[in-house]
Design a protein around this ligand. Structure first.
Ligand code: SF4
Length: 166
């Protein structure tokens, strides 16, 4: 049985994160090593922030990214993943989709924690310019994914615990 995690792009490519970023890199390394050890396959989603705003963007908030253009980009990614999921699920004896692993605190890939506010943002790691703030909610891409897939959503920490039990 081939086990598969869909993952946020920057879990495998730190080059996509915001300039001066670097969040959760130790957790990412632990997760990747465990996945390799346990033969869990990782399917990397496209990074919508990088493809829409590029490398020189700074950390925005969910409200700043909630434009029709950015949501459309996330919907395209979500539809692609829904299609891949449907194909794998045609062969339940061969594939098991474990879920999606996101990035806590991201306005795009946050699972239960995002950055919210109508102005301000996160210029450097852990340097939040008021009135932006971290709040319990999911990011824009995760919202769109949840509309079209039925698999579980994991933080990096929870995904590590999930793989450890395999
Ligand atoms: S949008 Fe998602 S994949 Fe891209 S850098 Fe942010 S958390 Fe990582």
């Amino acid at each position: 049985m081939i086990k598969i995690f869909f993952v946020s792009h920057c879990i495998l490519n730190l080059g996509s994160i915001v300039k001066q970023g670097g969040t959760q890199s130790d957790l990412k390394k632990r997760f990747i090593r465990l996945a390799l050890d346990k033969d869990v396959q990782l399917v990397q989603l496209k990074c919508p922030e990088f493809s829409v705003y590029g490398h020189l963007r700074w950390g925005h908030t969910k409200e700043q990214f909630s434009t029709p253009f950015f949501i459309r980009e996330c919907q395209k990614i979500a539809r692609e993943i829904a299609g891949q999921t449907a194909e794998y699920q045609r062969f339940p004896d061969q594939f098991e989709i474990l879920g999606f692993v996101g990035i806590q605190g991201s306005p795009t890939c946050g699972i239960t924690l995002t950055c919210q506010g109508f102005s301000g943002g996160e210029l450097f790691q852990d340097t939040i310019i008021p009135p932006a703030r971290k709040l319990s909610a999911s990011g824009v891409l995760v919202d769109e994914l949840r509309k079209v897939v039925d698999f579980p959503f994991y933080t990096l920490q929870d995904a590590i615990e999930c793989i450890e039990k395999l």
